[in-house]
Structures are given as C-alpha cells and as structure tokens.
Design a protein around this ligand. Structure first.
Ligand code: NCD
Ligand code: ZN
Length: 352
C-alpha cells in the first residue's frame, strides 16, 4: 500500500456483504460494485429467497448474463444460501461441494424479505452441525425480532440470547456477525476467545462508520439513511470506527449496499436499506481518514475478508485520489431511479 496526502494505492478490495436484487436492476447495481470490487458476497434475500443450491446456481447464471452483457470480466459473485427452519444436512453438503460460499441467517421478520427466515435457531441445529463439520461459514443478521425489545437494543440482545449460546454450542462454526452497529457487538467480536482459530469476524458498513442516529432526523425525516440494523448513538459509531481502523483482522468491509427505488424509500412505510455501492470506497476512505488511520484501510478492505474465507487475496491494485466527487441526486435503477448515500453532496476520495 502507498499513501500520501492526495493518493492511496491499494490491493483491490472485495465487498463481503452486498444486495444486488434480481432482473433488470442488476445491470445498474453491478456496474457500480464491479467498478470498485473484485468479488462480492451476494445476499440471498430475494423474493422468494435463495434457499437451495439449484436456486443459487440459477441466480448466479442470471448475474453472469448481466456481467456478460455489460462486458465485465473481472468481477466474481460469491453465492450464499438463505438458511431456513428446513435447511437439510444434504443441502449443506451439496452447497459445500458446489462452491457456495456461506449460509445467511435471518431471524424471521428481522429485515427486508426475511419472512422465510429462521423462527427458532433450534430448528437449524443439524444443519449448523454440518456447516461446522464442513467449514461452511454462517453469516448472521444479528437482531432479535421480538416487538417488545426496543429497536435500538435488538443487536445487543441478540448477542446474549442467540449468538453467544450458538457459539457455545458450535465452537468451531465460522460466524460472521454482519453489519455490526453497536459497541456491544464491536467488543464482543474483538474480545471473544476463539481458541486461536479463525472462527469469528464482523463486517462494517460505510453508513455505520460515518453516521449516527441523528442522521435519520436531520431537519426532517431522512429515509435514505434508514437501514437495518438502524443507525445508533455516537458512542456506538466511535466504537465501530475504532475496531474497523485497529488493524484487527476480525473486522472487514461489507457495504450492505441494499438498493430500493426512490419511490420505495420515499413513502409512508419506506424500505430499509442504504445504497452505498456508488462510491463505497470513497466513503470508507473518508471514515478512516477522519481518525488518521488511512494506512489501516487496505487490511480492512482487501486482506482480512479473503483470509477469513480462506480465499486468495486479490493482486490487482487500485488507486484512490483526493479529488472531490459530486454524488448525483439520483441514479438509474432499471425503469426507476435510486438515491445513493450522500446524494447531492461531495465526497473527498474518488477512484481513478
Ligand atoms: C437489506 C435489504 O434491503 O435487503 N436492508 C437493510 O436495511 N440492510 C436487508 C439487510 O441486510 O438487513
Ligand atoms: Zn444486508
């Protein structure tokens, strides 16, 4: 990595948590992601969800068809399966044999398109046992869904009620605590003992590193800053920034870029999800620079993810320059439009 005041050269990053949806919109969102990232973990929360190896293969073929049409040859989607109460041991074995990268646990009702999610983790014990045995990572949306738990507490309660008992029961299972948003999650991942093994990690989004919950209500309600897990207090943002920039390999990049059309966001019951794919790397660079830790960006963005997933690191280099880039107020999204994160503002770092 080389850094000076105006230029950062680093190994090309990957995005370890990404939503690209399906159909025509993929054309637009894949273009944004592939401009920056070499690989991305593709989330399986389609309607209906990607619950089997067959469905994942079909989805991968649709993604590949779009990449071919776009002439993109240097981007690889990494496929995941959506864990359900009924995921079988055979499906886990088949997933392992056929190159599926991970399973995703959505507690039922936790977020966008999670109605088919797990109703009780006990229903998944046999599948989880097999995942542990074959080294298949489990990616978790770490929030409880009980309506009597305050929405700002759902991640911290998930750690105590679900995650820690799960890790006690399956100590060798590889777990990624996705898009963490709290000090409790940051410290849990930082401080948990894994017996020296590479079994616990967390991804961090640009929005949770750059914004606190005030950004939801700045001068009026701000639907484009609303995602799940929801933004938290400043003390949480600071704890996330601290672990992300610490050089600890348990923390790596996952944008959780989650496209929803402008209309689906700007409505009486708007969807959760921030669209950060347009200039995600610029946003991460801004976050790292804010605490004088740009030299830690490459490990977080380009090394710790592949190391955790036991994949090769990328070799191609990319360059970010300190050159203000205006973020458009809207971008095309299939037949509609989307409002990217920081729309209408300017971002200091741009990819050349
Ligand atoms: C995601 C989506 O829209 O698919 N939304 C979000 O707010 N992050 C789902 C998710 O990752 O929770
Ligand atoms: Zn997500």
């Amino acid at each position: 990595m080389s850094i000076n005041q105006t230029k950062i050269e680093l190994i090309q990053p990957d995005d370890w948590h990404l939503h690209i949806r399906d159909g025509e919109v993929m054309r637009d969102v894949l273009t944004d992601t592939a401009r920056q990232f070499a690989r991305a973990i593709i989330m399986p929360n389609l309607k209906p969800p990607v619950t089997t190896v067959e469905l994942a293969k079909e989805y991968r073929a649709r993604i590949q068809a779009h990449l071919d049409l776009l002439g993109i040859t240097d981007f690889a989607p990494l496929m995941t399966l959506y864990l359900t109460d009924n995921t079988s041991v055979e499906e886990v074995r088949k997933a392992r044999a056929q190159g599926i990268t991970a399973f995703k646990l959505y507690p039922a009702g936790a977020t966008t398109n999670s109605d088919f999610g797990v109703s009780d983790i006990k229903h998944c014990y046999r599948a989880l046992e097999e995942m542990q045995a074959v080294g298949m990572p489990l990616l978790v949306h770490g929030e409880v869904t009980s309506p009597d738990i305050d929405i700002f507490d759902r991640e911290a309660v998930f750690i105590d009620q679900i995650l820690e008992p799960l890790r006690q029961k399956f100590p060798e299972l590889k777990v990624v605590f996705e898009h963490i948003t709290t000090l409790q999650a940051a410290h849990y991942v930082r401080d948990s003992s894994t017996g020296g093994k590479n079994t616990l990690a967390a991804t961090l989004t640009p929005q949770h590193l750059l914004m606190n919950r005030n950004a939801l209500f700045a001068g009026g309600i701000r639907p484009h800053n609303y995602c799940l897990p929801v933004l938290k207090r400043e003390e949480h943002r600071l704890a996330l920034l601290e672990v992300a920039t610490s050089g600890n390999p348990r923390f790596f990049l996952g944008t959780d870029s989650a496209p929803h059309s402008k209309g689906a966001k700007e409505t009486a019951c708007g969807c959760a999800g921030c669209y950060s794919a347009f200039n995600a790397l610029g946003l991460y660079a801004e976050a790292f620079e804010s605490v004088g830790k740009l030299e830690k960006l490459e490990g977080f963005a380009s090394f710790f993810g592949p190391d955790f997933y036991l994949l090769q690191r990328n070799t191609k280099k990319i360059t970010l320059v300190k050159q203000a880039q205006d973020i458009p107020t809207e971008l095309p999204l299939g037949n509609s439009t989307i409002v990217p994160l920081r729309a209408g503002e300017s971002i200091a770092w741009s990819l050349i």
